[in-house]
Design a protein around this ligand. Sequence first.
Ligand SMILES: *Cc1c(COP(=O)(O)O)cnc(C)c1O
Length: 368
Amino acid sequence: MPESDHTGAVLTIDLNAIVANWLLLRGMLAGAECAAVVKADAYGLGADRVAPALARAGCKTFFVAHVGEGVAVRRVLPNATIHVLNGPVPGSGKTLIDHQLVPVLNSLGDIESWGDLARTHGAPLTADVHIDTGMARLGLPPDETETLIREPERLDGIKLTFLMSHLACADEADHPLNHQQLTDFLRVRQPFKDVHASFANSSGIFLGPEYHFDLARPGVALYGVGPRPGETNPMAQVVRLQGKILQVRDVDRPQTVGYGASHRVVRRGRVATVGVGYADGYLRSLSNSGNGYIEDIRVPIVGRVSMDLITLDVSDVPVDAACPGALVDLIGPHNPVDTVAAEAGTIGYEILTGLGSRYHRVYLDSAD
Ligand SMILES: *Cc1c(COP(=O)(O)O)cnc(C)c1O
């Protein structure tokens, strides 16, 4: 039996589409380099497959969140530049150096400890410095930034590669914080004239060339999520999730479906049960609100999403197309990630990074 017969769904990940998306974004960056953010296992899609595919297409620079993710990407990309967004957490110095990972220094404390390490190492150590311009999350807060500008010797021993910052509202093009952060970043950058700068995530690229600087850091758009919510999505779709029908039930009298009896069938019809549930990242908030497709016929989720199962109203589908073994698009051409996210009351990022480990994964790769 092929492995796909043992699972409740097939998850197809189109590496060619990821490469096409990277090329599209790169094409928008006149002079700037286009990196790829592959944190969280490439947003749930498999960094060990995604990163090499992008490297073959010409991507040289990658970003991860954790040191451990950097080590994993280093294993598949011996020559790439790999930046670690969450920085040099205590005890990670040797691992960062051994794997030639570039930490993003997020505080004066980070700068001090990385500088100390560099001075004992006997050779300059590479790092980025992250300036917080409006997230209040990671990065040097304004008072620390002013200290660094007054006392640049704090960077002695550190080979500064990028000065970076991160946009809070890049997906809302008209939000005043975008321009405010840009102005702040430009000001902070003044004294670091010869240091390269990095500012834009996926949506930031679409704010215009003044946001591009020397290196852009797109993540989610590579994976098919629309970088400008509410506008036509220019990115190619990457993910298809096809759940398998286990059983079809004729409902010929009024009856409720699933836990909590939250859906009541009133007209005569058929309900299909598919082997995908919230344990697979098919969010429970899709209960009575999500939609699958069989070919181009919409089949709404009826009743609650349970751990391993969902139920769909397939009354409108011809009997022989909605039978045990038939596939239902849970993410597909008619219901892309953004649509599913909207139905679940969340964002595409969460749908992608939640994609479960029980699916049979198929990678489309023209290099195979
Ligand atoms: C995650 C992240 C990115 C990528 O953001 P997308 O919105 O997925 O393009 C870029 N920069 C930083 C600092 C991040 O944390």
